[in-house]
Design a protein around this ligand. Structure first.
Ligand code: PMT
Length: 223
């Protein structure tokens, strides 16, 4: 349609993986390509929103007309997101943020030694949880990447993180999750509504998520 659903709104989106450094040549990360988050950013832009995209390291080109803030670690992502949170109407957390990082980042390349070794990890900040605590009138959408008990974990995340909606994907299913051009998602809302969608391109999923965001804004009287 020609009506721009998010005109006048600021949408803050996170995408991609984070990298947690071990030493100057090694890091811990995951398989997120950024495709899902970038597709949502493009669609929000298309619907007239001012889009701020906080992106971990990905191979994708920065979308035209979108403010892209590039970060590497979970800590950097946390800072960038918090900086923009107060001005956001909608926050969509598609990024695959590391839950742990090496307790020590070595200044020099760690040399191999005889036998096995151990890597001590510590927790990163849970950005979504923080936002859930701080939110005033932002609409907060989280993602959930699960390999089992998807519905159960998604509902728990909705509660625990004080999110308004969780978009869950079973990342073990063919055509869903990391790296693919398609996704298979189920949406869990606060009022108990569950929307199960078939396999679609990530841009089609993005379009439908933005439609859902618009109707949530409407329900909350914020359109
Ligand atoms: O990038 P693609 O290749 O297109 O793949 C898309 C995707 C699979 C990465 C995406 O669809 C997805 O599922 N993103 C969420 C990945 C994830 O980290 O899920 P989680 O269940 O671990 O985290 C739940 C939520 O908390 C997420 O919104 C996450 O951004 C957030 N989180 C997690 C940890 C942390 N320290 N801070 C967070 O904010």
């Amino acid at each position: 349609s020609s009506t721009r659903l998010l005109k006048g709104k600021t949408v803050l989106i996170t995408a991609g993986p984070t990298r947690e450094k071990i030493d100057p040549v090694r890091f811990i990360s995951n398989h997120s390509s950024g495709k899902m988050g970038y597709a949502i950013a493009e669609e929000a832009k298309r619907q007239g929103a001012h889009v701020v995209l906080v992106s971990g390291p990905v191979q994708l080109a920065s979308p035209h007309g979108i403010e892209v803030i590039k970060v590497e670690s979970a800590e950097e992502m946390y800072k960038a997101v918090l900086e923009h949170f107060d001005h956001a109407d909608v926050v969509i957390k598609t990024a695959a943020v590391a839950d742990y990082r090496p307790k020590t980042t070595y200044a020099h390349k760690v040399k191999k030694q005889e036998g096995d070794t151990m890597l001590e990890l510590e927790r990163t900040k849970d950005i979504l949880f923080e936002l859930g605590q701080r939110k005033t009138n932002q609409l907060l959408i989280g993602f959930a990447a699960e390999t089992n008990n998807v519905a159960d974990y998604a509902r728990k995340k909705l509660e625990k993180k004080n999110a308004d909606m969780i978009v869950a994907n079973n990342v073990k299913t063919e055509g869903a999750g990391f790296g693919t051009d398609t996704n298979i998602v189920t949406l869990y809302k606060r009022d108990g509504t569950v929307l199960e969608w078939p396999i679609m391109s990530k841009s089609a999923v993005a379009e439908k998520i933005i439609e859902e965001v618009t109707s949530l804004l409407k329900e909350m009287g914020r359109n």
